[in-house]
Design a protein around this ligand. Structure first.
Ligand SMILES: [Zn+2]
Ligand SMILES: [Zn+2]
Length: 343
């Protein structure tokens, strides 16, 4: 199969319609809470591109203010010049001049979360099929205390470790993934949440889980649980917090200093039997296709056919400040055909 037919084959199969075997039924205690990512999805790509520029400008100024001139310079240079492969109506690929890899950089975070999705989606799908488990999105919260971010993270992670040792947990969950989300309230208290994709063995009463979380934390029973109907979307929602663990626009110099002190803090991980499964997982040809979109778009060069309309791609060079405007042009010309998952 040549590259184009692979791409077309992939598109026609579509990412948004998983096989029926991967879909789970509706449950009674569906959480109606509007998640951060649902709000984000309503904004256009041009708006989001503009926000990323603002966020990076803010981070650069904070870094320079703290005397972290080198870091400020890296963030400023990251994605400052772009090679955009486009047919004029779609963007097939964006190649940046430089990537800073700073954990709070919104451009680098997006790439990191796409890498996580490509890596974990095939493993999750295989794990679910093999073990006949259904995924749920669980958000664990804790009481607010006057403490540092590091203490807040340590406290919730320790409580989660205790939860995993409990009989109830092991009877009902067969492992999963976790990621961290940080927020800060107007009183300056850190709120740390754990977002968990849990592979559920069997149905249970949420009140029992609240009781277990209370036993693990000593003082918190607040959690949210909702079924994941499509694992690709569920994973996408959870890894979003890896690229964007907090609202950086409300971030001050002290927050950045504190964050720089968290250097080796992990933001995403696996647990339980899913963790062992990932260590030994070897993708079959079919599984590999799940993560292939990324590598296919990586092979595209000028002159290739646009994966969405077959028109030839050309290489447009622009600065980061010109990108939102280019998105706007594309949105105006083909509002319904904007590719959801691309840049
Ligand atoms: Zn970056
Ligand atoms: Zn096109």
């Amino acid at each position: 199969m040549n590259q184009l037919s692979l791409i077309n084959g992939f598109n026609s199969r579509g990412r948004s319609a998983p096989p029926a075997s991967l879909q789970t039924g509706a449950h009674t205690y569906l959480d109606k809470r509007v998640t951060k990512s649902q709000i984000e999805n309503k904004r256009t790509r041009s708006q989001r591109a503009r926000e990323r520029i603002q966020t990076k400008g803010h981070l650069t100024r904070l870094a320079v203010g703290l005397g972290e001139v080198e870091l400020g310079d890296k963030i400023d240079r990251c994605h400052s010049r772009l090679s955009v492969l486009t047919c004029g109506r779609h963007i097939a690929r964006i190649i940046p001049n430089y990537t800073c890899e700073f954990r709070l950089c919104p451009d680098c975070g997006r790439r990191r979360s796409r890498r996580l999705q490509s890596k974990y989606l095939p493993m999750m799908s295989a794990f679910m099929l093999y073990n006949r488990v259904t995924p749920v999105h669980l958000v664990l919260t804790q009481t607010h205390r006057a403490e540092t971010r590091k203490q807040s993270i340590g406290r919730i992670k320790d409580a989660f470790t205790r939860l995993q040792r409990r009989v109830f947990w092991n009877e009902h969950f067969k492992g999963g993934t976790w990621s961290l989300e940080f927020t800060k309230d107007k009183n300056g208290l850190h709120h740390t949440h754990l977002h968990i994709i849990g592979f559920r063995r069997k149905f249970f009463d949420i009140e029992l889980l609240r009781g277990e979380w209370l036993a693990a934390t000593g003082d918190s029973h607040v959690l949210h649980l909702k079924p994941i109907l499509d694992i690709a979307t569920g994973l996408q929602e959870v890894v979003k917090y890896v690229s964007k663990p907090l609202d950086i626009r409300r971030f001050g110099a002290g927050d950045l200093r504190e964050f720089l002190g968290l250097k080796n803090m992990r933001m995403f991980g696996t647990f339980g039997e899913f963790r062992d499964f990932c260590k030994n997982f070897e993708p079959s040809d079919n599984d590999a296709a799940c993560g292939e979109l990324e590598s296919l778009s990586r092979d595209l060069v000028e002159g290739c056919a646009c994966p969405q309309c077959d028109a030839p791609l050309f290489d447009l060079r622009m600065s980061k400040n010109e990108l939102p405007q280019f998105y706007e042009q594309i949105e105006a010309s083909s509002p319904d055909r904007v590719r959801k998952r691309a840049h």
